[in-house]
Structure formats: C-alpha cells, structure tokens
Write a protein that binds this ligand. Structure first.
Ligand code: NCD
Length: 527
C-alpha cells in the first residue's frame, strides 16, 4: 500500500471527492498526456501496467461514451479488463450489489469498479461496505468510480467537462461564465457542476430551463454557497434578450426516461425552450462555443446538426477528452500518478461535534415554583422543557407527541403546552418522574426531533443539572429515519442494506450522505 500518495486508492462517488487542488492536478496531467500523445511521444510514465489490477466495467444502465472511454483507458494501462454483463448476471436473480462486488474483487489483488446505476449513492455505499470487508479479510480496498448514478452525479463527466472548458480558454482558470441549458432537473452532469466549476476562481452560471426542468433548489443553493453568481432564465429566447450572454454554452438533452408522464406529455413545448435555432445565430457573442455531454437526440437534438461543422462545435473534442481524463483518473487512483501532488486533499469529515451543552443552574429552583402550571411537580426525574418554544400551538403539540413516540415514553408522565415568561409565547413540557437517566442515543434523538429544547435533571425537588440540546451535526443508524428519495441506495425497499446517514447542512436541513438529497429536519423521520 502506497502511504505517501494521497490519491492512491481513492473512490470517486461525487465530483467533490477530489479537492479543487486534486482536480487541477488531474487537468494538468491530462494536458501533459494529451500533448505527448499528439506529438507521438513515449507515454510510459502514465501507464499503470499491472496484470494483477482489474478494472471492472459494471454498467447497469446504458452507456456509450463513458463505458467506451473507460474501456479504452483500461486498455491503455495494460491492466486486467472485465466487462460485466449485467443482463445475464445474478442481478436478474435479485442479488444485492455488495454480494456481487465482494465476489469479483476476490479475483484480483487490486480492483477498480466503474459503476453506472439507476440507484443513487451506490459508489459511496460500496466503498464503505466492501472497504470494511476488505479490511476484515486483509485485502486491499477496491476503488469505486461513479460513471453516473440516477439523477445524482457524474463526476468523471464533470472532470472532462472542466478540462474541456480550460483547454478552450487556453488554461486560464481565473473566471468562467457558463450557460447551462436543457434538462437541469434530471441531468446528473449538471449536478456535478456544483463542485467541478470550483476549478475556476470566479464563476457565473446562467441556468436556462423552463420551470419543469429547472435545477433543483438544493444544487442551486450549493452553487451559491460555493460563491457562484447564479441567474435563471426560462428559455434561450429570453436569455438572448438579456444583458449578459455567455460565450460558453453547455447543453443537456431532455432525460425523457427519468421524467414523469405529466412532464413527458409537454415534451414539444419544453424542448422548444431549450433548442437552438438558426434565428439565434446572430445574437451569439463573438467566439461562442457549444458543449454537450452527449448523446444528442438524433431526430430532435437541442444542438441541431447544421451546427456540426461550424466553429460552435466544441462537443466533439469534449467527448474525446473523456479518454484522456479517464486515463489519468485511473492512473491517479492506482497510484501511478500523484507522488508529485502537493496541494490539499478534501477535508476529512469532522469528528462528532457536541450538540449537548450543560447550562448552569442559576439558582436551585424548587420545581414546585417552576413547573407549577398544570403539571404535577417531579421530586426525582427528568423534565423536558422549551419544546418548540415560540412556535404555533399546533406545531408544539405535534412536537410533544413526536418526542413521546420516538423516545417510546410509555411511562408514568405528564405533558402539556404552557406559556413562557412572555404570556403570548408558548412551549411544550414533558415531565418524567420515573426516568432517572437518559442514554446518549435518546439524547441524540431528542435533539434531532426537538432542537432547542432543554433537559432538566431533578433530584429532591430541585433542578440539579440542566442541558440545552442543539441540532446534532449528524444523524445515522436510527430505525425511525430514512432518506425519502426512492432511488437512494439506502431506501429501505432497495434492499441494499445500507444504513441511513444524514449530515446537517445549512441550518435545519439534513443531507443524505449517499444520494445528496436535502431534507427539512422533520422529513427524515418516519414516525
Ligand atoms: C450523460 C449521462 O449519462 O449522464 N452522458 C454521458 O455520460 N456522456 C448525459 C446524458 O445521458 O444525457
């Protein structure tokens, strides 16, 4: 195992799995490779050459470019290439992905799996599940590269797109003004742009799509959080009437196979809004160039074929770049390249930050004074106070009931809604005279379900300890929570046996670690 090279053995589940420095390293090396290849020079320093390294192409959804460029990249490297035939495999006998992969990686000393699935978050899940298994049996952890997972991400397409933009700009990474056009809702290549565009120091993004195909809010806010300027337009016509038209247009096709019937019925009208026409030509800025991850619809392409032999065509060179970037990606994760990398790598996940803080008990309040309105005073026990403080009454009652259900509080207790010191403001209280202790798991559940509440430990009718509970930074492995994206690898009915895991993002939203779906904190709960 190569311990110095930070790129060795890394899985690429999302574009952000490479830091910006690492992405730039990838582009630098690809540029070197492409130049040497063009000049017919020796390329040995890029080649892995290891018959014990297996590259598995596992494409459970159709693919042309991603699959063929990875296949050719693997052949370049002189490694063991396996093309997995999903249609005749045990998937048709309902085998789980992890069982299949565990078997395959036992055949070689080192393995790289390139996966395309409808299910989202598969590479992250396999990286963890198989990684743990590999450690247990003393094998080297396999690498998983996401070749497109549902509507989620397509990191290696992203890297080739950014490489192409840089190449087109003659390697100037100071600024990029890009227009993203088409089905931004379902298009995973666009979603990966939230992290990939960070390769440029300043970024302006114009989103051009009718509402039905608009970029999901969560990706838009991530772009804004990354410092991009984001402007939205409903159609190409509207955009061309605007004041600041970009010279870099990135089209995506309508992903009909991922659309519901209602949207599909309006295909003609939606397609029109994002299809380029002859009449648009003289409104383009000078030097404009079009890109597209391809494939194009042969009958109704958003970039019509009369543009193929014009200087607007940037998409053909773009698709060839997939071969060069993917050679370098394989070389990086296989440890052939990376020894000379000296930038920063992604920040490791932070350790469990505290969400429980003890607050001083200012005076040893006698419980009879404090919890006197309607609740029987507790001599010894626990009182949960400030539940949903300041919220509408209905929300406070809901929260009280939710806490009771989630903590399974079928014990002697009382609860109610009371006003705070301010007679116009309310809060919930639950008092538990038979409960002397609360476990860390219960505390976490309580914090997750009712952030901002407080916990009073009462002995001999006095509050002896008081804790304030904030929203925990991570919530995982609770039976009562689940990701609400039916395409997520953790979705219970997917039967991939992946434990749910959410981390807190921006205030009160929780993001699924696997498929990236953002949930309002109340929505992760099933009960
Ligand atoms: C894209 C994909 O599969 O997400 N194609 C590709 O990888 N070149 C875009 C698409 O299918 O529209």
């Amino acid at each position: 195992m190569n311990t110095v090279n930070p790129l060795y053995g890394r899985s690429l589940a999302v574009a952000g799995d490479l830091s910006v420095d690492e992405q730039r390293y990838l582009y630098r090396k690809t540029r070197e490779l492409k130049e040497n290849w063009r000049k017919n020079r020796n390329l040995e320093s890029f080649r892995i050459r290891d018959p014990e390294l297996a590259v598995y192409l596992m494409f459970l959804e159709n693919s042309t470019r991603t699959k063929e460029s990875f296949r050719n990249a693997a052949c370049f490297h002189d490694v063991k290439l396996n093309v997995f035939d999903a249609s005749s495999s045990s998937f048709t006998k309902s085998e789980s992905l992890v069982d299949t992969v565990k078997m395959l990686f036992g055949y070689s000393r080192r393995s790289i799996f390139i996966m395309r699935t409808k299910m989202e978050g598969v590479c992250r899940a396999l990286d963890e599940q198989v990684g743990e298994y590999a450690e247990r049996i003393g094998m080297e952890k396999p690498v998983f590269i996401n070749g497109g997972d549902g509507r989620h991400e397509h990191p290696t397409q992203e890297y080739l797109d950014e490489f192409t933009f840089l190449e087109h700009r003659n390697w100037d990474d100071s600024h990029l003004h890009v227009a993203l056009i088409g089905d931004l809702h379902h298009g995973r290549t666009v979603h990966s742009k939230t992290e990939g565009l960070k390769a440029f120091h300043s970024v302006k993004v114009d989103l051009i799509a009718p509402e039905e195909m608009a970029l999901p809010e969560s990706y838009k806010s991530r772009m804004q959080e990354n410092g991009f300027e984001v402007v939205e337009w409903g159609s190409i016509d509207e955009y061309l009437d605007g004041p600041d038209v970009s010279d870099t247009w990135y089209f995506t096709r309508l992903q009909l196979e991922r659309m519901g019937d209602e949207i599909r019925e309006r295909e003609t009208e939606l397609r029109k809004a994002v299809t380029f026409r002859k009449s648009h030509l003289d409104r383009l800025p000078e030097g404009a160039r079009f890109f597209h991850p391809l494939p194009r619809h042969r009958e109704k392409p958003v970039i019509p074929s009369f543009l193929d032999s014009t200087p607007l065509n940037g998409w053909d060179e773009q698709s060839v770049n997939g071969y060069f970037t993917r050679i370098i990606e394989l070389a990086m994760v296989a440890g052939k390249l990376g020894d000379d990398f000296n930038g920063s790598s992604p920040v490791p996940e932070s350790k469990e930050a505290s969400f429980v803080s003890e607050v001083p008990v200012t005076r040893k309040t006698h419980v009879e004074d404090r919890f006197k309105v309607g609740i029987k005073p507790v001599e010894n026990g626990i009182v949960i106070d400030h539940i949903a403080k300041g919220q509408p009454l209905e929300e406070i009652w809901n929260r009280v009931e939710k806490i009771r259900r989630i903590l399974n509080l079928n014990v002697r207790s009382s609860h109610g809604v009371f006003h705070t010191n301010n007679p116009a403001e309310f809060k919930g209280i639950i008092s538990l005279p038979d409960k002397q202790e609360i476990s860390p798991t219960e505390l976490k559940k309580l914090a997750a379900v009712s952030p901002g509440c407080s916990l009073n430990i009462i002995a001999e009718s006095s509050v002896i300890k008081k804790f304030r509970l904030d929203m925990p930074p991570k919530i995982y492995n609770f039976a009562e929570i689940s990701c609400k994206n039916p395409e997520c690898v953790t979705y219970p009915e997917a039967y991939q046996h992946v434990t749910n895991y959410f981390f807190r993002t921006g205030g009160e939203t929780f993001t699924c670690r696997y498929c990236g779906k953002r949930h309002a904190y109340g929505d992760i709960w099933d009960i």
